[in-house]
Write a protein that binds this ligand. Structure first.
Ligand SMILES: C[S@@+](CC[C@H](N)C(=O)[O-])C[C@H]1O[C@@H](n2cnc3c(N)ncnc32)[C@H](O)[C@@H]1O
Length: 245
């Protein structure tokens, strides 16, 4: 987890925490933007080492906890999936692990061009650069992990609409890996405080990002035109939501 510690304790992220109270109490400016003059993803385009640190930090969690928990906890999600695009897949760690576990899948790791140019080369995974707000490669299914929580509802709905356009109307699906926050204050498992901390981190590091309750997921998925979805809990802070056109 060294990359994660280096990222959260590095000057860029610490500066955004320092600007959080003023953003919340005084001027409403997102904390990362107040500290650096632009949002985190625009900043990362111009700073190669910061961009690499984000990707390495995200890959730690994916490799050690989240993807193994998905593979063990709900392998049926990948039954019959011939091609899978990992939207915002970073350095391709998740795609590589999923294709290794489910070798019938042809994987595409899709992220911004400056990110995929440094991505891992894994057997069965192609790296494709692009912008998820513009278009996403056509595929049987989409995997999108810890991406939607970086964005406010309007952007989230836009991204989900692009996901829906990329999959077949009859049997396509979007596999979302995100936290599901408890609606009631006195409910929750032992990981509830971790989810609340991630929510705070989204507030500090992104413009309008947040963790969502099931009701909030219902709202964004409905607005993006998905007809139904279900949530599966795994042994991790995240859950798996399957959404159907
Ligand atoms: C929090 S990281 C998640 C990485 C990976 N999915 C994981 O869970 O380890 C969010 C990812 O979204 C990508 N991203 C941000 N804006 C994007 C865009 N417009 N199009 C495609 N990817 C984007 C970032 O480069 C980053 O890799």
């Amino acid at each position: 987890m060294a990359a994660f510690v280096l990222l959260e304790n590095g000057p860029e992220m610490v500066a955004s925490w320092i600007n959080l109270s003023a953003g919340v109490q005084v001027n409403g400016t997102p904390a990362f933007e107040a500290a650096h003059g632009k949002d985190i993803w625009s900043y990362a385009v111009g700073d190669e080492s910061f961009s690499k640190l984000i990707n390495d930090a995200m890959a730690c969690g994916a490799r050690v906890v989240t993807v193994p928990a998905i593979i063990k906890g709900c392998p049926e999600v990948f039954d019959g999936v011939g091609s899978l695009v990992d939207v915002g897949g970073g350095n391709g760690t998740a795609s590589g692990l999923l294709v290794k576990a489910f070798p019938w899948i042809r994987g595409i790791n899709f992220d911004l061009p400056h990110v995929v140019c440094d991505a891992e080369q894994s057997h069965g995974v192609e790296n494709v650069g692009g912008d998820m707000f513009q278009s996403i490669p056509i595929t049987d299914a989409i995997f999108i992990m810890q991406v939607l929580h970086d964005w406010g509802d309007d952007e989230c709905i836009e991204i989900l609409k692009k996901c829906r356009e990329a999959i077949p109307k009859d049997n396509g699906k979007v596999i979302i890996v995100e936290t599901i926050m408890e609606e009631e204050e006195n409910l929750g498992d032992e990981l509830k405080s971790v989810r609340l901390k991630i929510d705070m981190a989204m507030m500090a590091h992104t413009d309008k990002g947040k963790e969502r309750t099931l009701k909030e997921w219902d709202y964004v998925l409905g607005q993006a035109g998905f007809s139904r979805h279900n949530a599966k809990h795994i042994r991790a802070v995240h859950s798996v939501i399957e959404a159907y056109p």
